[in-house]
Design a protein. Structure first.
Length: 103
């Protein structure tokens, strides 16, 4: 009986940990959406729907994170550098939003 109880407690803890992580991810995504709307949507399109004048960010894959960071921090073509404008946490939030809407 004690063993069943311990297993149930452990399973419950794992479930709660997963739920907390999912909630934290959702908070990151929502914060990233607000930042995207404020800083990126005018060129990259509302809700990441590219207008054709800038890269379609929905095409970015997880492995593209270093390229994304470099473009964001250094600028690229007509895109300005966002270094000093967006913090590292805000950059992570924008990335979370982009990845949540990736194709």
């Amino acid at each position: 009986m004690k063993r069943i109880f311990r297993v149930s407690v452990a399973a419950g803890a794992l479930f709660c940990t997963g739920a907390i992580a999912a909630a934290q991810d959702q908070v990151q995504i929502e914060a990233g959406e607000k930042l995207y709307d404020e800083h990126c949507a005018s060129c990259h399109g509302e809700k990441l729907r590219s207008t054709g004048s800038a890269a379609d960010l929905r095409e970015l894959r997880a492995a593209d994170r270093p390229r994304f960071d470099k473009a964001l921090l250094e600028g690229r073509g007509q895109m300005p550098s966002w270094q000093g404008v967006l913090s590292a946490d805000e950059t992570d939030q924008v990335w979370a939003y982009i990845r949540a809407r990736a194709r």
